[in-house]
Ligand binder design. Structure first.
Ligand code: HEM
Length: 531
């Protein structure tokens, strides 16, 4: 066929020609990505190497990120190519390189989807802008304020305890509760108290009366999907928002904005009448100032509070569920934790309501918490950063500026090079037996809260909450997993373990996406005689 005939054919069959051109371009692009791009030598699944984002998007849609990525690292070692321009790493030596304070690696555009209109602390990409925002908002996260926040946690915990007590009465001595949901409701109520001026009243109601849970879930789904297909940009966001509609990110943003506005009204009135507003995170955010000295606008306060809702409720709930799971699952661990708590009550170290400073002295309990944070990190997704303009040598290979590099807490924590030959085993004793030097290394390798300049700013708040809540519940109640294979079983989903295996003996169904959410987690609760 001559060139003239090709041109004639193309103009006669324009739509077909356009479709073939697009397909051919995509195919050439994919071949280039897989075999000729600067990352062509980094091993990984073919769908990632082709560079169309499908491997990561698949993880977002299939909720299996931690497990599939762990498989790839098992197969290929320290570096795995997970998309056109991103490499996942599991070498302990690179944590400091990528995430350190004052470092030059910045967050990738993936995070820009974790926001409504204005960037929050979590979704600000540039290090300079982030440092200014972090300085402005850090008074809401200080250790001094933490002590004042404890009473707000206590009041929410009282509501949860009343809910359990009622369930026990209704069940004539044994209540069956949806621990998955109740832990989330508690974490939400606490965030309500800390960042929105008052509890959302969810534990009291025993259900999600505000419809928050589906909104948060849809929010994260949309972020993960759009963040792994950035080329699709605004149309994809618009499509997702249309698809999730009244339960989506925009509805969540509107709901939290309204809650903040209502509270700001109350704070204003308190100042007008000469009353001191109560000390919580919101009262600190109200006082926040921009770098030029101007006060935070109402919109900035709303964004900060909403991001606390997004970052602080799922994460804390996931960790509380997992900690209870690891304790109840193993009778020896359960017995040791109870001895720890009982001794502390007997010796007068602990009393109700448990103070955070006292709870930190429960050495076995605290090592169980550390081990939970290690084996069931709330965020198993990769935490991606951009290689700065100087380029970087990571795990023995040079990466060009602009390459995205990332570490997944879930995958990394289970590697023998990070936590030794028994890295995959829940063994709280490792934290008690370690020398000071070994402990320092383990702490450095524990990246559940991220690391360095973008490390979780709410870490102490969640540790405080968990250290008050779990010992209180363990002291007051005896827990066992509600069996799955009973005729009247409330379970709806197949049992799925933390490592992704399906097993009907599992009391829950774990998903692994941005968050490692556990669903369908039912627990039998009875009163303890000596509480
Ligand atoms: C067990 C509980 C928690 C876990 C596992 C957790 C995990 C994380 C992780 C992994 C990051 C870093 C993300 C990255 O580098 O890509 C992060 C950041 C953040 N977290 Fe948490 N988080 C928890 C609780 C909280 C709580 C309770 C709050 C708020 C009260 C909070 C607020 C934030 C904020 C605002 C950021 C962004 C910090 C910055 O970039 O400066 N988190 N969290």
């Amino acid at each position: 066929m001559s060139l003239a005939q090709v041109v004639d054919f193309a103009s006669e069959h324009l739509p077909l020609t356009l479709a073939l051109t697009v397909l051919a371009s995509l195919a050439s692009w994919a071949v280039y990505n897989a075999f000729f791009s600067p990352l062509a030598d980094v091993p990984g699944p073919l769908s990632a190497r082709l560079g169309l984002g499908s491997w990561m998007s698949n993880r977002a849609l299939s909720y299996d990120m931690g497990w599939k990525l762990a498989e790839q690292h098992e197969k290929h070692g320290a570096a795995v190519r997970v998309s056109r321009n991103m490499v996942s790493l599991v070498d302990p030596a690179v944590i400091g390189e990528i995430y350190r304070y004052g470092g030059k690696f910045e967050k990738t555009s993936f995070y820009s989807y974790f926001r409504a209109d204005k960037p929050s602390l979590m979704s600000t990409l540039g290090n300079h802008d982030h440092a200014l925002m972090r300085r402005a908002e850090s008074p809401a996260y200080t250790m001094t304020l933490l002590v004042d926040l404890e009473e707000h946690v206590d009041s929410c915990l009282d509501d949860l305890v009343s809910y359990f007590d009622k369930a026990i009465v209704t069940g004539k001595g044994k209540g069956t509760v949806d621990m998955g949901e109740m832990m989330q409701l508690l974490a939400m109520d606490v965030i309500g108290e800390l960042a929105f001026g008052g509890t959302f009243g969810l534990c009291k109601a025993g259900k999600d009366t505000q419809g928050f849970l589906p909104m948060l879930e849809a929010f994260v789904d949309v972020c993960c999907l759009c963040g792994t297909q950035p080329w699709a940009g605004l149309p994809l966001i618009a499509f997702c928002n249309w698809k999730v509609g009244a339960q989506g990110p925009q509805a969540l943003a509107a709901k939290s904005s309204k809650a903040v506005k209502d509270r700001l009204e109350q704070i204003k009135k308190a100042y007008e009448t000469g009353d001191e507003p109560r000390r919580d995170m919101l009262s600190k955010l109200v006082m926040a100032k921009n770098a030029d000295g101007s006060p935070y606008s109402v919109r900035q306060i709303e964004v900060a509070a909403s991001s606390i809702l997004g970052a602080g409720s799922d994460t804390t709930a996931i960790t509380m569920r997992a900690l209870l799971y690891f304790i109840v699952r193993d009778p020896a661990v359960y017995a040791k934790v109870m001895r720890d708590i009982e001794d502390a009550f007997d010796s007068g170290l602990l009393s109700l309501p448990i103070k955070y400073s006292d709870g930190t002295k429960l050495s076995y309990f605290q090592s169980c918490l550390k081990e939970t944070l290690r084996l069931h990190p709330a965020v198993p997704w990769t935490l991606p950063r951009i290689v700065p303009k100087e380029g970087a040598v990571l795990a023995g290979r040079y990466y060009a500026p602009g390459t995205q590099v990332a570490m997944s807490p879930f995958v990394f924590h289970r590697r023998t090079e990070a936590f030794g030959p028994d890295a995959a085993v829940f063994r709280p004793e490792r934290w008690l037996e370690a020398t000071e030097e070994e402990k320092k290394v383990m702490e450095r390798n524990l990246i559940t809260f991220g690391s360095g300049s973008r490390v979780c700013i709410g870490k102490n708040i969640s540790l405080m909450e968990i250290t008050k809540v779990l010992p209180t519940l363990l002291w007051k109640y005896r827990f066992s997993f509600t069996p799955r294979n009973q005729p009247n079983s409330p379970h709806k989903l197949p049992g799925r373990a933390v490592d992704g295996t399906y097993d009907d003996k599992e009391p829950w169904h774990v998903k692994s996406q941005w968050f490692a959410v556990q669903a369908d987690y039912w627990v039998d609760v009875e009163e303890r005689d000596d509480a």
